[in-house]
Design a protein around this ligand. Structure first.
Ligand SMILES: Cc1cc2nc3c(=O)[nH]c(=O)nc-3n(C[C@H](O)[C@H](O)[C@H](O)COP(=O)(O)O)c2cc1C
Length: 148
């Protein structure tokens, strides 16, 4: 399957998880591209069968700055998406009032575009240890299965 993982990170955690998931899916023979959301134009997402949007929450439930810019582009993107499907994962910390607020925002935005995520989004609480990385891989496999 042709897959894009488009991440946004501030201190590197989301990039690390995204790269881990990308390597895992490549190991399962998928054609995986990974890039930062600041390199991505919304129209490019039509080139993929499945797009993972990953990001972290900062401030008081705010998107990190890279996602903030990308979300603005997505909001004003009027061209309809084709067959591409979406899944969302995010990093945060449940000690904050708006835990993984970015995930909720991406879900809402995708729904507005008629492209609700095909699986329940995956939220990572705190620094992603090995066990969580394995869970992220398993979740990504479920998303791929749902996209077939
Ligand atoms: C100043 C600060 C504010 C944060 N605010 C939130 C928040 O509102 N909600 C949340 O879920 N996580 C919050 N976090 C946790 C980060 O999202 C978490 O550390 C994440 O792993 C960072 O990922 P990144 O390195 O990809 O940016 C905050 C962290 C810091 C340092």
């Amino acid at each position: 399957m042709k897959i894009l993982i488009a991440f946004a990170t501030l201190s590197g955690n989301t990039q690390m998880v995204s790269e881990h998931v990308a390597d895992h899916l490549k190991g399962l023979s998928h054609d995986v591209t990974i890039m930062s959301q600041d390199e991505l134009e919304p129209t490019q997402m039509n080139e993929y069968e499945l797009v993972f949007l990953s990001s972290s929450t900062w401030g008081d439930g705010e998107p990190n700055p890279t996602s903030e810019v990308f979300m603005e582009k997505l909001k004003t993107h009027t061209e309809p998406f084709g067959a591409v499907k979406f899944a969302v994962f995010g990093l945060g910390d449940s000690s904050y009032a708006h835990y993984c607020g970015i995930v909720d925002r991406f879900e809402e935005l995708l729904k507005e575009k008629g492209k609700a995520p095909i699986v329940e989004s995956f939220k990572i609480d705190g620094y992603p240890e090995d066990e969580v990385l394995a869970q992220a891989n398993a979740w990504a496999e479920k998303a791929v299965a749902a996209a077939v």
